[in-house]
Design a protein around this ligand. Structure first.
Ligand SMILES: [Zn+2]
Length: 294
């Protein structure tokens, strides 16, 4: 949404527009004091900057916050209310590039595993990657302590740490997901089985190499932020059919939040940028299909 109610320290309410807010103002003044734009509704909203598909400053419902029944921003879906992200320190938003790097890396490793290709470099690079996560770095200029072992978030609710080292995103094959991954952000990869598209949500079913299965869940946050891209998910389905007809496996990987829905573990993805098939993004696949069929 573009507008929100701002509750001042003297409890006066003022309507503000997202386009007049920036991250600095948000952190200093508005954070924790913003509510749904609708008259009676006091659902808490947060500020975020949409990066791709045209830069925009917007407000969106804080997760766990409920709109007044009947409010036009009411999120109608059971099962995920009040979810909290269990993490050490503050949640930190990660940049699209960091997510992209993580997806590429995981894809390459998993591709080799799927196709039984020896990876001589793997042991070496694993050693180099460890160790860094527990320490904290101090920004001397501002003496702000950034806790590096904060968990990453992709839903726009974390603190932005521009120019700082971004938190490591753990990578998991479907079969490797454990209880301790719940309510955290992970890269998840597997073999694509099926894509089920509904009016307001989508399930992307993936399988591990041992046959275990789970779903990538795409729901209201994704659809309301990226309506056009939500419709393009149809192209992922076409890609899968096309590859199946040719006897090819499709690798699916994504970065999202591990949550439980109907007692089943799913990974919820918040942006079209955070999920790929065969290391191809949604827009890329859509372009390829347009070229094939036109
Ligand atoms: Zn509302």
């Amino acid at each position: 949404m573009e507008k929100a109610k701002y509750k001042k320290t003297n409890n006066d309410i003022e309507t503000i527009e997202a386009k007049n807010v920036n991250n600095n103002l948000y952190e200093k003044i508005y954070k924790g004091n913003l509510y749904c734009e609708e008259d009676e509704c006091m659902a808490e909203v947060i500020f975020y900057e949409k990066q791709k598909g045209g830069f925009r400053r917007l407000f969106k419902t804080k997760s766990g916050s409920n709109h007044l029944s009947g409010c036009r921003h009411e999120i109608i879906r059971e099962g995920t209310r009040g979810k909290t992200v269990k993490l050490n320190g503050e949640n930190v938003n990660v940049s699209p590039k960091h997510i992209d790097d993580t997806l590429n890396e995981a894809y390459k490793t998993f591709y080799k595993k799927v196709h039984n290709i020896e990876d001589a470099t793997q042991n070496k690079s694993n050693k180099n990657h460890k160790k860094k996560s527990e320490s904290s770095t101090v920004d001397n200029e501002k003496s702000i302590n950034y806790v590096v072992n904060s968990g990453p978030t992709t839903n726009g609710e974390g603190i932005l740490v521009e120019g700082k080292k971004e938190p490591y995103i753990y990578k998991r094959e479907v079969a490797d997901l454990k209880e301790k991954d719940d309510n955290s952000y992970r890269e998840v990869h597997g073999i694509l089985e099926d894509i089920r598209l509904y009016r307001d949500e989508a399930y992307i079913d993936i399988k591990g190499l041992d046959g275990s299965s789970m779903s990538v869940y795409i729901g209201t946050p994704f659809k309301s932020d990226y309506e056009q891209e939500f419709r393009l998910l149809e192209n992922y389905k076409t890609h899968l059919q096309f590859q199946k007809e040719n006897g090819n496996l499709v690798i699916c990987n994504c970065v999202g939040e591990i949550i439980k829905m109907d007692k089943k573990r799913v990974v919820q993805v918040y942006s079209y940028r955070d999920i790929k098939l065969d290391n191809l993004g949604l827009l890329k696949v859509s372009n390829i299909l347009t070229n094939i069929y036109n």
